[in-house]
Design a protein around this ligand. Structure first.
Ligand SMILES: [Zn+2]
Length: 108
């Protein structure tokens, strides 16, 4: 009665075995400058189209980390911390990033 699993299913099964509840990698929020676990922050990267919210933290390139809170977002904007962290002149308040961020913050 046992069904053979494909290699990708095997990999998925193993990935589920990884140890949890340990402290993950820590990043600094560009808004409030507090350090927090990666999983508690959202990643923002400078892409070809400007700044984008990298919700799953999978995009290549330099990233900036931010709490999904309005407070940290406003602070990062007013201090131009995103541009500095990402070494880009792209304006985070003038493209789709703001929309994405608003959506994320509304959920929190
Ligand atoms: Zn923060």
């Amino acid at each position: 009665m046992s069904r053979r699993r494909s290699p990708s299913e095997e990999r998925a099964a193993r990935a589920g075995d990884e140890p949890s509840a340990t402290l993950g990698p820590v990043r600094t929020c560009v808004g409030c400058r507090a350090r927090a676990e990666r999983s508690a922050l959202v990643r923002i990267v400078a892409g070809a189209e400007g700044l984008v919210l990298d919700e799953r933290a999978v995009l290549p390139g330099r990233g900036a980390w931010l709490h999904p809170s309005r407070d940290c977002w406003e602070r990062a904007i007013s201090r131009r911390a995103l541009g500095r962290a990402l070494r880009t002149a792209a304006d985070p308040a003038s493209n789709t990033l703001r929309e994405q961020a608003e959506r994320l913050m509304d959920n929190s």
